[in-house]
Write a protein that binds this ligand. Structure first.
Ligand SMILES: [Zn+2]
Ligand SMILES: [Zn+2]
Length: 222
């Protein structure tokens, strides 16, 4: 399957206002009349940058979940250098839960607690630290990515996976891989090594896959 029926898209949830997450949003949401949800801070920032479109309905999420059809969506805070970034927990009608956490410099207790008990966890495995350090990015940008409000390294991501399996996760999707500072093989290798050292076996205790590298994304079926 490589096509998604646009009419089946009922809502768009935005984690934060950085351009890699909102580029194309208004054209798409405006054309297809799809409502957009995010935190109050993210929507305020989008307004300040005049990144809004009169055709689009924007709703700030509060502490109550947003219901879209039979699915409900909660947000949780993430640590990132934007106004009010967040991740999402999606509650499916059959009781399954999905956590979505990308763009975070470190994993807070709030992120962990939200991901515990989720069958599927989509989590950032942004960079290989050595590739980033030896790569061509300017020093300031490297520092930003490595900081507590930057992006999650392969190692940092891998380190929490065994704990998630112990708390009920069976499927991992590594996401938001840097095209410049990572390779899917390295992200997978780090994750598998960490899970293996906790005696957890791939395709028995969990499955693991990698989302298409950043900026070349496709849609993902849960
Ligand atoms: Zn960002
Ligand atoms: Zn991003």
């Amino acid at each position: 399957m490589n096509q998604i029926d646009i009419n089946s898209v009922r809502a768009i949830f935005i984690t934060h206002e950085h351009s890699d997450h909102i580029r194309g949003l208004n054209v798409f949401a405006g054309k297809h009349k799809i409502p957009v949800y995010s935190t109050k801070g993210t929507l305020e920032a989008m307004h300040e940058y005049s990144f809004v479109d009169a055709r689009v309905s924007y709703t700030a999420m509060d502490d109550k979940p947003v219901t879209v059809g039979e699915v409900s969506v909660d947000k949780f805070r993430t640590s990132h250098d934007s106004r009010e970034s967040c991740g999402f927990k999606i509650n499916m009608p059959d009781g399954r839960k999905i956590a979505f956490a990308t763009d975070l410099g470190h994993i807070s207790d709030e992120v962990l607690t939200s991901a515990y008990g989720c069958d599927v966890v989509v989590i950032e495995s942004n960079h290989d630290v050595r590739m980033l350090q030896n790569g061509s990015y300017p020093y300031q940008l490297k520092r930003r990515i490595l900081s507590d409000c930057g992006h999650l390294s392969n190692e940092a991501c891998a380190s929490i996976l065994p704990n998630l399996v112990k708390n009920g996760t069976t499927r991992f999707l590594l996401a938001h891989l840097s095209a410049e500072n990572n390779l899917p093989e390295l992200a997978i290798q780090a994750a598998l090594m960490s899970l293996k050292s906790s005696k957890m076996q791939v395709d028995i205790d969990f499955t693991l896959s990698v989302a298409p590298v950043q900026t070349k994304g496709d849609f993902i079926v849960f």
